[in-house]
Write a protein that binds this ligand. Structure first.
Ligand SMILES: *[C@@H]1O[C@H](CO)[C@@H](O)[C@H](O)[C@H]1NC(C)=O
Ligand SMILES: *[C@@H]1O[C@H](CO)[C@@H](O)[C@H](O)[C@H]1NC(C)=O
Ligand SMILES: *[C@@H]1O[C@H](CO)[C@@H](O)[C@H](O)[C@H]1NC(C)=O
Length: 260
């Protein structure tokens, strides 16, 4: 069974239309990144990120020992390399669910502070497909795709009411988010190995605490910013210095093959 909210897809022939769509988007709307406020509401899904896997931002393997998430592509800010979303931390609070009718409003308030270490590609079921002028299926401009299950987040993190709904995984949540300082709020901040920073030799583009300054924010592979500096390391997914459309297609194929 393939639940409707899964944002990660494995590569097979019927995904070719998505590839073509993304290829088209990548070559036409490279400057249309979403300029989101520092707090607001968003959708939250979850995906499987293997422990110690180095995701799109090139953050250290140890970052997976703490709460992380992928950010929807147009908010993440890149088609082919490290987006400016890389490394940012957000406090996410569960509000209510989207899919079931009636929606579920938990009577406990659950929050988690995540670090963005990955991109959630536009396409697929659409939760990560918001563009500047067009929200996602939930009417939101950002989707956080939480790496969960995770050794750092309790298995019962998501509230549920199995006796009423007959299942426990609601898939998509309406959440509030708040931009926070990683160093002050992220659980991994106390563990140096989990942090990484821009071109510090141990990670690719995973600022310890991005502030928005060009010096601690991952550059976007966009028409505006061009190809980012060579911050790759042996651990990181390389960012090929080839034309954007081909580069984005390759990265996409890589992402599709690697994310389950
Ligand atoms: C589950 O939902 C039912 C019906 O809305 C409600 O009566 C019950 O209190 C809920 N239980 C929990 C644990 O939320
Ligand atoms: C999400 O939560 C906000 C804040 O409570 C609320 O205003 C909005 O209607 C909710 N959206 C959905 C689709 O439930
Ligand atoms: C970024 O770093 C360079 C080199 O250290 C410095 O000259 C520049 O002023 C910095 N820019 C900002 C916005 O901090």
């Amino acid at each position: 069974m393939v639940p409707p909210y899964h944002t990660r897809i494995t590569l097979s022939l019927h995904h070719i239309p998505y590839l073509l769509l993304l290829f088209f988007v990548a070559t036409t709307t490279g400057t249309d990144w979403i300029d989101y406020p520092s707090d607001g509401t968003a959708t939250l899904t979850h995906y499987t990120l293997p422990k110690d896997y180095i995701a799109s931002c090139g953050c250290t393997a140890a970052s997976t020992h703490y709460p992380t998430a992928a950010m929807s592509q147009m908010a993440y800010g890149s088609f082919a390399a490290y987006g400016p979303g890389c490394g940012r931390c957000f406090k996410i609070t569960l509000l209510n669910t989207y899919i079931p009718d009636p929606p579920f409003f938990p009577n406990v308030q659950k929050s988690v502070v995540i670090k963005v270490t990955d991109v959630c590609p536009a396409g697929g079921a659409g939760w990560c497909s918001a563009t500047n002028g067009h929200p996602n299926r939930g009417g939101q401009y950002i989707n956080f795709d939480l790496a969960w299950p995770s050794s750092s987040i309790p298995d019962d993190f998501f509230p549920s009411n199995a006796s009423f709904y007959g299942f426990t995984d609601f898939g998509v949540w309406n959440v509030s988010y708040e931009s926070v300082s990683c160093l002050q709020s992220w659980a991994g901040a106390k563990q140096r190995a989990a942090l990484g920073s821009v071109n510090d030799g141990s990670s690719a583009c995973c600022p310890a605490d991005p502030t928005g300054s060009v010096n601690d924010t991952c550059p976007s592979f966009s028409d505006d910013n061009g190809i980012p500096p060579d911050t790759t390391t042996s651990n990181a997914i390389p960012s090929p210095a080839i034309p954007v459309s081909l580069g984005s297609l390759l990265l996409l194929l890589l992402g599709l093959c690697l994310s389950v």
